[in-house]
Design a protein around this ligand. Structure first.
Ligand code: NAD
Length: 260
């Protein structure tokens, strides 16, 4: 029997990168999925890719911007309508923002990063937790970052938002553990996704590949991570097996954040 048979899981930012890799992994393990993204064209493409890989998967797509409270309420309502319950939430959608020093940072971009990365995760918790409380069961994985554990040069709003994700994870664990709801966060290092490709373009517009190679040298494993490697950890955290691991922020970074 499949690990996630009869389980329904919402994934935000499901159209590409970490969200899409987790969607493929969870579909292959038998989950029913609600795929949420604000990029309609990429979301449709993602749905087709997942269906091609796992034809039996039950997939629902919802176009929503997670920084809009009403849109989050809508994707939660659609999930309940489609599957009758919500077993898991992968609260993953996020953006990096522009890289700039603290005093030069564009205030509108700063606010946008906070609206998506912090408020988007909060709205997800706000609307999913009551559904899980009524079920007396739930698994939540919020996506922080190594930037939620440490500082990252020229990325202050990103770092602020991801530290907040780690904090909200602790509070959700404290306040909802009694209802059978387990909440954790992941802190990926540099994982090869479109977002990270964009970051290397900002660091070295003329030769992003060179920036990537240099960056990989700092890592104990001498390489960047793959979205599939993150997806397997996420699948564990969303499973019944993660029953007493609560409120943690787990680095998935090849060990890099241990370095002084
Ligand atoms: P990505 O840019 O490759 O994919 C992100 C997806 O989220 C896209 O499909 C995008 O359309 C969607 N999205 C963005 N903002 C949205 C919004 N407001 N509403 C709905 N959908 C939205 O990024 P990724 O690398 O897969 O990152 C996913 C998450 O992982 C982010 O929260 C990111 O901060 C975090 N993260 C990534 C890395 C990494 O190395 N890739 C490292 C640490 C943390």
């Amino acid at each position: 029997m499949s690990q996630f048979q009869e389980k329904s899981i919402i994934i935000t930012g499901a159209a590409m990168g970490l969200g899409l890799a987790a969607a493929k992994e969870l579909a292959a393990r038998g989950a029913n999925l609600v795929l949420v993204d604000y990029n309609q064209a990429s979301l449709t493409k993602a749905q087709q890719e997942i269906a091609a890989q796992t034809p039996a998967a039950r997939l629902v797509t919802v176009v929503a911007d997670v920084s809009q409270e009403a849109a989050v309420k809508h994707y939660v309502d659609e999930a309940v309508k489609a599957f009758g319950r919500i077993d898991g939430l992968y609260n993953n959608a996020g953006i990096e923002g522009k890289q700039a020093s603290i005093v030069d940072y564009d205030i509108d971009v700063f606010k946008k990063v906070i609206d998506i990365n912090l408020m988007g995760v909060y709205y997800g918790l706000r609307y999913v937790l009551p559904v899980m409380q009524a079920q007396q069961y739930g698994r939540i994985v919020n996506v922080a970052s190594v930037g939620g554990i440490r500082g990252v040069l020229n990325q202050m709003p990103y770092v602020a938002s991801k530290h907040a994700v780690s904090g909200m994870t602790k509070n959700a664990a404290l306040e909802y553990g009694r209802y059978g709801i387990i909440t954790n966060a992941i802190a990926p290092g540099a994982i090869l996704t479109p977002m990270v490709a964009g970051a290397f373009k900002q660091v070295n517009p003329a030769d992003p590949k060179q920036a990537e190679t240099e960056y990989a040298q700092r890592n104990p494993t001498k390489r960047l991570g793959l979205p599939e490697e993150v997806a397997r950890v996420v699948a564990f955290l969303l499973s019944d097996e993660a029953s007493y691991l609560n409120g943690q922020t787990i680095a998935i970074d090849g060990g890099e954040s241990n370095m002084y």
